[in-house]
Design a protein around this ligand. Structure first.
Ligand code: ADE
Length: 240
């Protein structure tokens, strides 16, 4: 897979591209990443990429020409082009899987007060990482890429991805490591029992309880299996 960022701040990607799982995935050739400086496509003497908004108002607006010329320079028939925007489709794990299936993801990052609205007609979709406003799309594009890269074959161990929060519609169960007793705070006995089937059931119950308490919206959308229903009923009985 290849991810291309169209940005005014390519330096923001330096650490991101070279660190941890994303850095290793690049080294292994699982993903290629490149930044295109939008300013390189500005034609005037001062390389202006923005201008004042028609109709007045605060701030500057990014102009069509440099942005769309930068986009044309990288776009191929295989490209899926997304524009980072606070008002876009809300990014989630399902969206991450969808983006991970593309050959070439192009991520256009706005800055300043926004982009000329006509630019939207040239992208496949606008995507938001949450209901808040960032100063630019760069951090949002890294959030999305991070979630996408870790889904690519070979980026991380598969079994560590499958049990995670959101993958099965539930939040992840709690994990523990050494020591078994940290200043009196003990790991639950069952985790030390070595009984794999009981551990699996305990983890599933913890996932269910955590999701029911912290994310009632996810819990309501989750169709309980027979086993899950039984585990919860048994647990609720012990609480009566
Ligand atoms: N640009 C500004 N705010 C954003 C957000 N919440 N998500 C994606 N891009 C943005």
């Amino acid at each position: 897979m290849r991810i291309t960022y169209l940005t005014l701040f390519p330096e923001m990607y330096e650490n991101f591209m070279h660190t941890s799982i994303v850095g290793r995935a690049r080294e292994k050739g699982i993903v290629a990443m490149d930044c295109v400086q939008i300013r390189d496509f500005a034609h005037d003497k001062y390389r202006h990429v923005d201008d004042t908004p028609f109709g007045g108002g605060a701030g500057m607006v990014m102009k069509c020409q440099p942005v769309l010329d930068a986009l044309d320079s990288v776009r191929t028939p295989d490209s899926h082009v997304i524009l980072m925007a606070a008002g876009g489709r809300k990014f989630d794990q399902q969206c991450a899987h969808e983006f991970a299936s593309y050959e070439h993801l192009v991520i256009l990052c706005g800055h300043y007060e926004g982009l000329d609205a006509r630019i939207e007609k040239h992208v496949d979709e606008c995507v938001s990482i949450g209901d808040y406003v960032l100063t630019g799309g760069e951090l949002a594009s890294m959030v999305i890429s991070d979630a996408v890269v870790r889904l690519l074959d070979g980026a991380i161990r598969r079994d560590s991805a499958d049990d995670e929060s959101y993958e099965n519609g539930l939040l992840e169960y709690p994990q523990y490591t050494q020591p078994a007793d940290y200043n009196g705070d003990k790991v639950p006995d069952i985790m030390l029992s070595g009984h794999h089937e009981n551990i699996r059931k305990w983890r599933l119950l913890q996932s269910l309880l955590k999701t029911r308490e912290l994310r009632p919206d996810l819990f309501a959308a989750h169709e309980l299996s027979k086993e899950e229903k039984k585990l919860l009923e048994e647990y609720d009985k012990t609480q009566e």
